[in-house]
Design a protein around this ligand. Structure first.
Ligand SMILES: Cc1cc2nc3c(=O)[nH]c(=O)nc-3n(C[C@H](O)[C@H](O)[C@H](O)COP(=O)(O)OP(=O)(O)OC[C@H]3O[C@@H](n4cnc5c(N)ncnc54)[C@H](O)[C@@H]3O)c2cc1C
Length: 230
């Protein structure tokens, strides 16, 4: 697979400890919502996968959304990128992608930067237009940690069939939304699984628990799509 060079055109902290990095590739790379690139980390021989968090319709740049991991080599490098920095990347890769024709309602569930691969899927669905019901269960600690909050609220304001459900594990008293883990919220709120697909992305533990819950609810294996970030 070909290696492409890109230059950082924007880099900013989206929420505490999570940075959005926008890269203009030297040539355009077609990708599907949900795919990732292997990014070469210049100081050392490291190469790490990062999901594209922008939709393919945006041909201005390829966006990554990176959580800084304490002592992490690649994430700290990505976190400290500045405008003008050059990066090499290989891809696109990955089979966790949005189907071309959405025949069913979709339940998305993500934790933390697992939202990176799911955001372009949701953006693409609503760019194309849909009459299906789309849910997003998004697990983070506090309201300040809700990555891409404005983007999702905008989609929800325009589309009554988009149900944006942040689930906070350490919510303040004033929080009126869901508390606890995405697993519990989905179990409680999704009763009827007819004509529904599930897409899961995030840390392995959440994905495994959600797969189990989805199977208990009656979802067959081919209706459960997932990507683990470890
Ligand atoms: C398909 C795929 C797509 C991915 N997309 C994204 C993405 O869009 N955004 C993103 O931020 N990450 C993403 N990741 C994770 C990313 O590739 C790196 O693993 C992550 O950034 C940590 O790399 P590092 O070099 O900084 O840490 P390392 O130097 O590899 O690890 C340092 C230490 O941190 C621990 N550690 C590693 N990852 C985590 C973590 N997530 N939380 C807590 N501790 C950890 C390790 O066990 C180790 O002790 C993706 C992973 C996969 C497999």
């Amino acid at each position: 697979m070909e290696i492409t060079e890109g230059v950082v055109i924007e880099s900013f902290e989206e929420v505490p400890e999570v940075r959005v990095v926008r890269i203009k590739p030297s040539r355009w790379l077609d990708f599907k919502p949900g795919q990732y690139f292997q990014v070469f980390i210049p100081d050392g021989d490291d190469i790490k996968p990062y999901s594209v968090s922008s939709p393919p319709s945006n041909r201005e740049y390829i966006e990554f959304c990176v959580k800084r991991v304490e002592g992490g080599h690649a994430s700290n490098f990505m976190f400290h990128t500045e405008i003008g920095d050059k990066l090499k990347m290989q891809g696109p890769m990955g089979r966790f992608v949005l189907q071309d024709n959405i025949g069913n309602d979709i339940i998305f569930a993500a934790t933390g930067t697992g939202i990176s691969s799911i955001k372009p899927m949701i953006q693409t669905i609503f760019e194309r237009g849909t009459d299906k019901q789309i849910w997003l269960f998004f697990g983070v600690r506090t309201e300040n940690d809700i990555i891409y909050k404005k983007e999702f609220e905008k989609i929800a304001a325009k589309n009554r069939n988009f149900h944006f459900i942040p689930c906070l594990s350490r919510a303040l008293e004033a929080w009126r939304g869901e508390r606890g883990y995405v697993q519990d919220a989905m179990k409680r709120l999704i009763k009827d699984i007819t004509n529904k697909d599930v897409y899961l992305c995030g840390v392995a533990e959440m994905v495994e628990q959600m797969r189990k819950i989805a199977e208990e609810l009656g979802f067959t294996k081919e209706k459960i799509h997932f990507e683990k970030y470890v």
